[in-house]
Design a protein around this ligand. Structure first.
Ligand code: BGC
Length: 245
């Protein structure tokens, strides 16, 4: 069965049809830049462009970079504040004229990783963290998700952790890999102190470069593994959610 998945990120809106048996894209994904300001109407237009590129007419799963409960977007750390408490499911469903399911981006990536990627078959507590414009988190226990965990906003040295340790912070402050790895290490140690996971799965665009920073991280007991689906996990997880998986 194929369902369309869209991943709304801080820099790009990307999507593709997904083969749910294989957990993979059936065609090369299409990406448009996230509009600035990322207002609901402007982002909905971007999502429509991505879907229109494929002429898709079936169900669509969409990730959002904030808390989502029952189709309502509740927070908006890296997108326009008009998303707060908005019925995004209704807005996007009407704009697209298609059945829409919307969920948190890291939760979507986590579900895809636990089914098809680095989390497959892993028991106990597993935490996926996406390092991108912000830090997203998905917490699992024996494969079951605790939705909307928001560990990117833990306080670290008096700062919102994602402002300090996201890959955007690395770019904005032009940090070297070792310098940024130290920040990621402190962040992981803090999350480990709170949750004692068996494993951290590192997702987001930077997971492609895991060899540049994961080997530099010391003093964290949990296994640290790069995401298997790399930056397509959000798209795959969105499609899974739309199919009720
Ligand atoms: C948001 C999360 C999101 C993460 C990654 C954070 O700022 O609060 O909901 O998962 O960024 O996009």
């Amino acid at each position: 069965m194929n369902v369309f998945g869209v991943d709304i990120g801080g820099t790009g809106i990307k999507g593709a049809p997904v083969d749910l048996e294989r957990g993979d894209l059936t065609q090369e994904r299409h990406k448009v830049l996230t509009p600035h300001p990322a207002t609901p109407a402007a982002v909905a237009d971007g999502v429509a462009q991505v879907i229109g590129h494929f002429g898709w007419t079936g169900p669509v799963g969409i990730t959002f970079p904030g808390v989502v409960t029952g189709g309502i977007t509740r927070t908006a750390a890296n997108v326009d504040k008009d998303w707060v408490d908005m019925d995004a499911g209704k807005l996007l469903g009407e704009r697209l004229g298609l059945p829409v399911t919307i969920l948190n981006d890291a939760d979507a990536a986590g579900v895809a990783e636990m089914t098809f990627g680095a989390g497959r078959g892993r028991k106990g507590t597993v935490i996926l963290l996406t390092f991108g414009t912000g830090i997203g988190s998905a917490v699992f226990t024996d494969g079951r998700l605790v939705p909307n965990s928001e560990l990117g906003h833990l306080e670290l040295h008096g700062h919102d952790a994602e402002k300090h340790a996201s890959s955007k912070a690395k770019e904005d402050e032009e940090l070297s890999w070792p310098h940024w790895a130290r920040r990621v290490q402190r962040y992981l140690a803090h999350v480990e102190m709170l949750f004692s996971p068996e494993a951290f799965i590192i997702g987001g665009g930077v997971s492609r470069k895991a060899d540049k920073f994961v080997p530099l991280i010391e003093g964290v007991r949990a296994e640290i593994v790069p995401a298997g689906l790399q930056n397509n996990a959000g798209i795959v997880g969105a499609a899974m959610a739309a199919a009720g998986r």
